[in-house]
Write a new protein. Sequence first.
Length: 229
Amino acid sequence: MYRRQVITAIGTVGVAGLAGCSGLTGDLEYTAAPATLDPEVAATEGYDTAGPSVFAITETVEVAGESREVGITTWTTGYQSDTGPCVVLSTPAVTLAGQSLNPLAQLSGSELITRLLEELGGGASIQELEAAGETELSIFGEARTIEEFTGVLETGGGGEVPSELSSDGGVPIRLYLLSTTHEYGDGGSDVIFTLGFQPQALVDAATMHALFESLQHPVEPPETTNQTQ
């Protein structure tokens, strides 16, 4: 678990019932429900699966002059094929006084991609990231927008990148990003992130779209999980 110190200036208007004599005491814990791609679709498209596994974030927030520890548990499922990875994260849609307390849910676009890459690990980074359009897909039974980007994947010397796909040590890629809130059950609400990318030389948008449209949430957590801290 890593710790980030976040002081949130929410103020006192509209939060009189949230702290102090209101009875809200102690630390707050929020846990997402796992999200995955449909296993049959992932296998058909040639993707191997790792997870779901969990990692935890601890936030210190200040509400109406009082500090609270907020623990946020996020599920992540990774997918790997010969043409590139895909990762699915589900994280609680935590709000207090109308403001999100989840640092992942506060990000969008390039910042979100950078953060999700950190969760993928492997030391890779993306340079020259540029927006490249949007695609509307049917996800969770509704029309949702996938953002697309181009960039250059820098592996930092790690991994085995075919030389025919590389350019000056980097791999031109196309990225696909979904960030959406999904409500479920009796008042449950998680933010679902899905990020996938392919080398520009091997772009197959139909495959990536099929993966995104197969998203499932919530799913049952595995009996045993790996926890990243």
